[in-house]
Design a protein around this ligand. Structure first.
Ligand SMILES: Nc1ncnc2c1ncn2[C@@H]1O[C@H](COP(=O)(O)OP(=O)(O)OP(=O)(O)O)[C@@H](O)[C@H]1O
Length: 435
């Protein structure tokens, strides 16, 4: 199958063609396109993002030999839906995200087709996609609103009015459920601030300021309790329902959080165990001979089945006569994880789910879609310099450790040094003392 071939003879318009088509419309980033839409009725085409990937392999060289991190993954992500990438630690979740977002490390090699609205993508442009990393990189002394304003000044177009930026910041704060804590500082070692969940939501809010169509999140719920994790994923689902395409890696979701996902990619050792609707995964496990026990959380069951760390636990238990004599009722206890993974993976490749995914990918490739162009921040160099300087001054003046303690130390040091030379004249003995 040639994924790059035009479909049904239809040619998809590039943003430059949209420009020609509508004369007065400049090449637009999704943000400016959103602003444009608010002000005019002239259409610019469908800019929502449909991402497809077929037979993706990622390899690296370890100890002189080639090793596969991802092994022939196929799937798609569509607007309006949220996809979870799940798997045990080291199964390749972050690598999938990095591959799809075009952020793979230089020591890896990738093969296979990744298409964005049917086009081979290079670097994703300003406002098209955003990537929320696992750790929150925030400045502790700034409040939620200030953090958002500085980020807006740094990234939004310089010619956008202050009122427009303010409206965008306030609506994003509202959208992410941060309105009640908009004046709360982020917090640091000496300043009590936002909770873990609020920090995560602020990190996401910063990324959606440019109104990206495609959102990647690496473990957005790591370190959160189940209520905070539920709130974060509910917010992500709302973002998806607004027409965005959301892809998130997730480690061990509670059953409530798992139910919020539309689609699921399940991995073990870089192999695809399941791709499809999250609610269908249970049926796949049942068909393959590993039904979820009635009182077990389905996502716990999936991860339990494909996590090889349990082999060690089982072998430790088997050494104990108390456990050795117990009757094995669970199929998972009778097999090694490698066997279970092989059965599940083979069963998926021959299943209706794999066929359905491939046929949906072909349908997606027939659809028209625009990939808007743009690059980097849209704020001018001077604007970025002045914003960074202001932000730095505000941060320093509020940070006791960074500014005030240093000031006290420097004054004390200068007083000490100054007192050494106090009341010394230019006589021979004074000069010797100065030396
Ligand atoms: N750039 C790289 N070079 C060498 N090995 C790599 C590279 N990136 C990932 N790996 C290896 O690939 C495997 C999968 O890594 P990855 O970080 O994608 O897993 P993960 O499922 O996200 O793990 P975790 O849940 O612990 O974050 C790991 O064994 C890791 O060591």
């Amino acid at each position: 199958m040639n994924l790059m071939a035009p479909h049904n003879g239809r040619q998809e318009p590039h943003s430059s063609e949209v420009h020609k088509l509508y004369g007065t419309v400049p090449p637009m980033s999704p943000l400016s396109e959103t602003l444009w839409r608010d002000r005019t009725n002239i259409p610019v085409g469908d800019t929502s993002v449909r991402l497809t990937w077929v037979d993706i392999w990622v390899t690296t060289v370890r100890h002189g030999s080639k090793q596969a991190i991802l092994q022939g993954l196929t799937g798609y992500a569509e607007p309006g839906s949220i996809m979870a990438i799940m798997g045990p630690s080291g199964s390749g979740k972050s690598t999938v995200l990095d591959t799809l977002a075009g952020r793979l490390a230089k020591n890896t090699t990738q093969t296979g087709d990744i298409l964005l609205n049917g086009h081979r993508k290079s670097t994703l442009s300003y406002g098209t996609a955003a990537y929320v990393t696992q750790t929150d990189e925030l400045i502790g002394t700034l409040t939620v609103r200030e953090t958002m304003y500085y980020s807006a000044d740094l990234r939004l177009p310089s010619n956008m009015s202050h009122a427009d930026k303010k409206a965008l910041v306030d609506s994003t704060i509202q959208e992410m459920g941060l309105f009640d804590c908009r004046h709360t500082p982020v917090g640091n070692w000496h300043l009590r601030g936002l909770s873990g969940g609020e920090k995560r939501r602020l990190s996401i809010a910063l990324e959606i300021l440019t109104r990206p169509r495609l959102l990647f999140l690496d473990e957005p719920t790591s370190g959160l309790d189940s209520a905070a994790a539920f709130f974060v994923v509910t917010t992500l689902r709302n973002l998806a329902r607004d027409g965005r395409t959301v892809i998130a890696s997730i480690h061990q979701p509670s059953s409530e959080v798992f139910e919020l996902f539309d689609n699921l990619t399940l991995l073990s050792g870089g192999k695809l165990i399941f791709f499809g609707e999250a609610k269908a995964a249970n049926e796949h496990f049942t068909t393959a001979g590993f039904p979820c026990p009635s009182l077990r959380n389905p996502s716990d069951h999936f991860l339990r089945a494909i996590n090889s760390d349990f082999d060690q636990v089982k072998s430790n238990f088997n050494c104990s006569s108390n456990f050795r004599d117990l009757e094995r009722v669970d199929m998972l206890d009778k097999m090694s994880t490698n066997q279970v993974v092989r059965i599940l993976s083979d069963s998926y490749q021959n299943s209706e789910y794999a066929a359905a995914a491939m046929s949906r990918i072909n349908e997606i490739l027939q659809m028209q879609g625009t990939v808007l162009e743009g690059s980097g921040s849209e704020a001018s160099f001077l604007k970025q310099c002045s914003t960074l300087t202001r932000r730095s001054f505000v941060n320093m003046s509020r940070d006791i450790g960074y500014y005030w303690l240093r000031l006290v130390i420097y004054i004390t040091l200068s007083l000490c040094l100054g007192s050494i030379f106090l009341h010394l004249d230019f006589s021979y003995s004074s000069i010797m003392l100065k030396v």
